[in-house]
Ligand binder design. Sequence first.
Ligand SMILES: NC(=O)C1=CN([C@@H]2O[C@H](COP(=O)(O)OP(=O)(O)OC[C@H]3O[C@@H](n4cnc5c(N)ncnc54)[C@H](O)[C@@H]3O)[C@@H](O)[C@H]2O)C=CC1
Ligand SMILES: O=C(O)C(=O)[C@H](O)COP(=O)(O)O
Length: 377
Amino acid sequence: MKILADQNMPLVEEFFSDLGEVRRFDGRNLQASTLQAVDALLVRSVTTVNEELLAQAQHLKFVGTATIGIDHVDTAHLAQRNIAFSSAPGCNAIAVAEYVISALYAYTQETGTSLEGRTLGIVGVGNIGKCLQQKLINLGLRLLLCDPVRHEAGTLDEHVDIDSVLAQADIVTFHVPLVKEGRHQTRHLLDAERISKLKDNMLVINASRGDVIDNQALLSALQKGKRLELVLDVWENEPNILTELLPYVRFASVHIAGHTQEGKARGTQMLYQGLCQRLGISVDKSLEDFLPVPALTKCRTEKSLTEHDLGRLVHLVYDIRRDDGLMRANLASHGFDSLRKTYPPRREFSTLSIENMSEHGGLLTSLGFNVIQKNED
Ligand SMILES: NC(=O)C1=CN([C@@H]2O[C@H](COP(=O)(O)OP(=O)(O)OC[C@H]3O[C@@H](n4cnc5c(N)ncnc54)[C@H](O)[C@@H]3O)[C@@H](O)[C@H]2O)C=CC1
Ligand SMILES: O=C(O)C(=O)[C@H](O)COP(=O)(O)O
């Protein structure tokens, strides 16, 4: 079997080489002719998989995307051609939630503010939104949840509509899929009109898809004096983004919110499981066989922790300011895609075991750390 995989997908050889011959491709430059003899195609978000790309793919039996978002794949065309499809729902939900938490603590540290008592709106309460909600639950924030799709399906009672969220919240974070049309369209969910109504200095975080915020309208508002705090991981028209926005953004990054080593590796593992299922063979490899040992594994708290101390623990594992600095220093010389390709290793909070003497064991656990409770004797 011939397997063609994006060059930026980790562990493909480790998971797939028993199943066939693995070759790699550049995700932004895949040609239809390259797919002529391919049986399984493994992509990331940068490859648009549609009728045109698959026109010569006569042998293709399986397409997998190692991502949560599937807006780049024409799934109806795959179904019509009877080509099996797998994505990786939830693979990097923890990573994105931890990106947001790192941003929140970095923001409060830099502005001398506190999270306590603030109102935070989560727009899109799926795998990522729910994971974030769980991690934030003990931080003293008032959480507003917005997900009309789940509300209508009867799986989210406490839904607050988007305009009420924007009117009430001090912080809003977007975790919706990109939906280009229909009643629950998310393209330009934050459009010129809604941007104009946002409170001064509201913190707006987008780690979903760039098109969820009208970037040009955002820039125009900022240039006219609108004051907002922005955390942007995703941008319209990646990789050719509106760089004029950068000076107005507190923390900027190159679409890496989901790029922990665990998150990316889980994506590959889920495609391996999907292909095994398609081939009717048993799964005999697991993630734990391949993940490297993290650089930091243990620390110890001695007594009561302040909000500042919690932020320091979070930033010990992941500080969003590293990624903001890398983007600002290197975007012009290296380009967006190259920065994504060379993204330095990042781990999830659970890789840090905390010997905890404080009364904050529950809070540290809900944030996602591996807590070993110690009692003073
Ligand atoms: N920046 C990054 O690195 C990453 C970005 N993403 C993006 O985040 C998105 C969300 O991921 P998951 O939570 O795993 O997806 P999910 O499908 O589990 O959840 C999305 C939720 O958004 C809701 N939703 C749909 N339309 C909505 C609307 N108009 N208003 C409010 N809620 C709406 C859905 O009902 C669903 O509950 C992905 O589709 C992807 O585009 C995902 C992973 C990494
Ligand atoms: O899972 C998704 O959806 C994402 O946006 C990924 O985390 C980033 O996608 P890639 O471009 O790395 O495939």
